[in-house]
Write a protein that binds this ligand. Structure first.
Ligand code: ZN
Length: 86
């Protein structure tokens, strides 16, 4: 059953602004997947850190765009690692 956006408090961290904005976009029907960000020095947030060859330009999910979804629960799950690092 699809949950209305107004009830995203079902997900811990739903107050996170990025997640809220992403869920708004998903409500429009876009399929999304998270990518790693970079810190103020341009170092990738992925496990490779400074040695990453593509800082901030690759997905956090194993199958990249093939993991894209418009399902709020799936999006929230794939964004857990992003939210923890924010
Ligand atoms: Zn990286």
């Amino acid at each position: 059953m699809r949950r209305p956006l107004g009830s995203i408090d079902w997900f811990p961290g739903a107050e996170h602004q990025t997640l809220y904005e992403v869920l708004l976009i998903a409500e429009e029907g876009w399929q999304l997947y998270p990518i790693y960000g970079v810190d103020a020095d341009g170092v990738c947030a992925c496990p490779k850190g400074k040695s990453c060859p593509d800082p901030g330009k690759h997905p956090t999910t194993p199958h990249g765009f093939n993991d894209a979804s418009s399902d709020p629960e799936r999006i929230a799950e794939t964004m857990r690692c992003v939210i923890r690092k924010a």
